[in-house]
Design a protein around this ligand. Structure first.
Ligand SMILES: [Zn+2]
Length: 436
């Protein structure tokens, strides 16, 4: 069982986050640089992967006087990490058996296991609370959380023993009718879920002619376009908070401010570089997200290509926070998978099945017709076999009988160079959920 963040750690992190957001920009940048240097020194000294990457003599930490200097270091891609044994990716002396393991395949369909210890993760959950609190959530308010991983439905969070922010956990795998019923009974102040799950919920409410009064809806992991926002506003009468976070970043990277036009970048917990053709994007320009997780000292992720695109803002905050602004986020893209009954499944449970299947390299799920799904996957570097039967079973549980699931192990996936590889694609009309 994974170690959990303790009450003391959670409270301390949240208090720190709350305080620092009001610091002036220069002070925040100095803190960020300080944390970055500490991480680089550690990684270059005790993580074999970075020792090799930076060269034998190269402890770059002391030569990093600003974020500009960071650009001299190579960008790390998911494939670079996936192809290495885990012993090379973690700090020397790490007991792999005692690590917390999280799996993610990001936007690119390449599963990656991230290892951490409890202290590496202590900021993750509190960083969401900073956003909620800014939007008026208070300790006595109730929350509803959607959870895509069934094994986590029983998990308790650090704040629960305090009896605050009482939480209802709903499985993303259950249908909208069940969710509506549960939410009506619980009457939460905030609902938190993946953008696509929230859209399904809102559509169901609208279809039934119901409004569910919820003051706040927090959306993560997905493109929240204007249509989606309007839908959520109409169904719940809620104010919407879009939160940009990832397992790789180890915290929220950016969250939408209720005062400013844009998302505050959490420069006190992560380094987010926004690059266009290798140079920093200018305000108003889209750029690729290169992230450095400042919390994970077990398996450091330094200049990691997140595979997402964001747009830098030309605006300065008006709310008094020192955290700079980005204008928009284009996160992980995927389609709904449509069943013959008309039910639409969000792509997230599909991500989970593929991310956890043994031997899977880069993958893509394509729903060719209502009755046929084709999974194409490469072999993970160093693995001989792909657990084809496990994939078939896992997906079969999601889509039910009557859908043929074919798994093809291929040498490489065809990619359209003009856009990101979408990892769940449906060719059935009505499945597309947004740009891309
Ligand atoms: Zn603001």
């Amino acid at each position: 069982m994974a170690e959990e963040v303790t009450v003391i750690e959670g409270v301390r992190e949240l208090a720190g986050l709350q305080r620092r957001q009001w610091w002036p920009r220069e002070r925040l940048e100095a803190l960020q640089l300080d944390r970055l240097r500490r991480l680089l020194r550690h990684a270059a000294a005790s993580v074999p992967f970075y020792r090799q990457l930076y060269g034998e003599g190269g402890v770059p930490a002391d030569s990093i006087g600003s974020l500009e200097d960071l650009r001299g270091l190579p960008v790390v891609r998911r494939e670079d990490l996936q192809s290495r044994p885990q012993e090379e990716l973690v700090a020397r002396g790490t007991d792999l058996e005692r690590c917390i393991r999280t799996r993610t395949s990001g936007s690119t369909g390449v599963p990656l296991e991230i290892l951490s210890r409890r202290r590496d993760r202590s900021v993750f959950n509190p960083s969401f609370f900073r956003a909620y609190l800014a939007w008026g959530l208070r300790p006595w308010h109730r929350m509803t959380y959607f959870q895509a991983r069934p094994e986590k439905l029983q998990q308790r969070s650090w704040y629960e023993p305090l009896g605050i922010f009482r939480k209802q956990l709903l499985s993303s795998l259950d249908g909208p009718d069940h969710w509506l019923h549960e939410i009506r009974a619980w009457r939460p102040h905030l609902i938190h879920g993946y953008a696509l799950t929230l859209k399904l919920l809102a559509e169901a409410a609208v279809r039934r002619g119901e409004t569910i009064p919820v003051p706040l809806v927090a959306s993560t992991s997905g493109v929240l376009d204007e249509v989606g926002r309007d839908l959520l506003r109409n169904a719940f009468g809620a104010r919407i908070i879009d939160i940009y976070a990832s397992e790789e970043a180890g915290s929220v990277m950016a969250w939408e401010c209720s005062w400013c036009e844009g998302y505050h970048l959490c420069i006190d917990t992560v380094v987010v570089e926004i690059l266009r053709d290798g140079r920093p994007a200018r305000p108003g320009e889209d750029g690729a997200v290169i992230v450095t997780n400042l919390s994970n000292f077990t398996m450091p992720l330094i200049r990691y290509d997140q595979g997402d695109v964001v747009r830098l803002s030309a605006r300065e905050p008006v709310c008094g926070r020192g955290l700079p602004l980005i204008e928009s986020v284009q996160g992980r893209a995927g389609d709904y998978v449509v069943l013959r009954s008309g039910r639409r499944l969000t792509p997230h449970p599909f991500f989970l099945v593929l991310d956890h299947a043994l031997g899977v390299g880069r993958w893509q799920v394509v729903q060719e017709t209502l009755d046929r799904i084709v999974v194409r996957t490469t072999r993970a570097p160093g693995s001989r076999e792909v657990d084809v039967e496990g994939i078939r079973k896992g997906l079969g549980k999601l889509v039910g009988t009557g859908v043929r699931i074919e798994v093809e192990v291929v040498d490489r996936l065809r990619e359209d160079p003009s856009r990101k590889l979408r990892s769940v694609v449906s060719l059935v009309p009505g499945a597309s959920i947004g740009p891309g």
